[in-house]
Design a protein around this ligand. Structure first.
Ligand SMILES: Nc1ncnc2c1ncn2[C@@H]1O[C@H](COP(=O)(O)OP(=O)(O)O)[C@@H](O)[C@H]1O
Ligand SMILES: [Mg+2]
Length: 228
C-alpha cells in the first residue's frame, strides 16, 4: 500500500453559469519518502490538487487515500484530526500571524495538543534550530527577510513531525539565491525521510525532487512517461 493514492479524481468548480473542470481523472500514487514536484502552467490545477491532497478542498468525484484512510469519507472533525496528525502545509503567502513572534507562530499547531507549554517551547526551539533561525525566536515576522519568513512557515509546518509536507510554490516570492537555499533545505529534509509534495512553476526546482508530475488543463501530462 502506498502512502498516498488517488484514482480518477475530478474537481469541477461551479460559480453561477460558469463551470471549470480544474482536475480531470487524476491518477497518482505517491510512496513514502518521495519528493514530488508538481509543475504546470498557471490555471492547470496545481493548487487545486495540493489543497485536495491537504484535506482542504472536497473533490467532485474520487477520494484521496492516505495510509489506507479515505480522507474525504471521514466526518469533518476526524478530517481535522487527520490533517493535524499527517500534514504540514506551507501556503504560497506564508500566512504567518503578524502580531505573534517567530516562536509563537511555530507553536501554533501545538496549542491544541495536550502538551505542556514547556514541551511546546522545546519542540519549536528544536525545529527553529534545525531550520537555521536560532536567535530570531522573539522577532515579529515583519522583522525578518522573505527567506526567513518562509523558514518560519516551514518550521510551523514541521513542528508536529507530520509524515507529509505539502508546499504551494514555496520559492515563488523569493529571490533565486534564497529560493535555492530553501530547495536545499527541502532536499535535506527529504534525505532524512520526509515525504514532500511541492507545487512549483520553476523548472530548476525539479532537480531537487525525486519525481516530477506535470499538469496541463487539469490532466496529468507526463509526455508519455509512465505515471506510477
Ligand atoms: N475557488 C474557485 N472557484 C472557481 N474556480 C476556481 C477556484 N479555484 C481555482 N479555480 C479555477 O480552477 C482552475 C485551476 O486553478 P488552480 O488550481 O488555482 O491552478 P494553478 O494553481 O495551477 O494556477 C483555474 O481555471 C482557476 O481559475
Ligand atoms: Mg496555484
Amino acid at each position: 500500500m502506498s502512502l498516498i493514492e488517488i484514482k480518477k479524481l475530478n474537481k469541477t468548480y461551479e460559480s453561477g453559469e460558469e463551470c471549470v473542470r480544474a482536475l480531470v481523472e487524476i491518477d497518482l500514487t505517491i510512496e513514502k519518502g518521495e519528493f514530488i514536484s508538481i509543475m504546470g502552467p498557471s490555471g492547470s490545477g496545481k493548487s487545486t490538487l495540493l489543497t485536495i491532497l491537504g484535506g482542504l478542498n472536497h473533490p467532485t468525484r474520487g477520494d484521496v487515500v492516505v495510509d489506507e484512510i479515505p480522507i474525504y469519507k471521514l466526518p469533518l472533525e476526524r478530517l481535522a484530526d487527520f490533517r493535524r496528525e499527517y500534514l504540514g502545509f506551507i501556503f504560497q503567502s506564508f500566512q504567518l500571524i503578524p502580531y505573534l513572534t517567530v516562536i509563537e507562530n511555530v507553536m501554533l499547531p501545538l496549542s491544541i495538543t495536550e502538551r505542556s507549554s514547556w514541551e511546546q517551547v522545546k519542540m519549536a526551539d528544536a525545529i527553529l534550530d534545525r531550520i537555521g533561525l536560532k536567535g530570531k525566536e522573539r522577532r515579529l515576522p515583519d522583522q525578518l527577510s522573505g527567506g526567513e519568513q518562509e523558514r518560519v512557515a516551514i518550521a510551523r509546518a514541521l513542528v508536529n513531525s507530520p509524515p507529509i509536507l505539502l508546499a504551494d510554490e514555496p520559492t515563488g516570492n523569493l529571490d533565486s539565491k534564497t529560493g535555492k537555499e530553501i530547495m536545499e533545505l527541502f532536499k535535506s529534509l527529504n534525505e532524512e525521510g520526509q515525504t514532500i509534495v511541492m507545487v512549483t512553476h520553476n523548472p530548476e526546482n525539479t532537480s531537487f525532487s525525486t519525481r516530477t508530475v506535470s499538469l496541463k488543463d487539469g490532466r496529468v501530462d507526463n509526455h508519455g512517461r509512465k505515471i506510477r
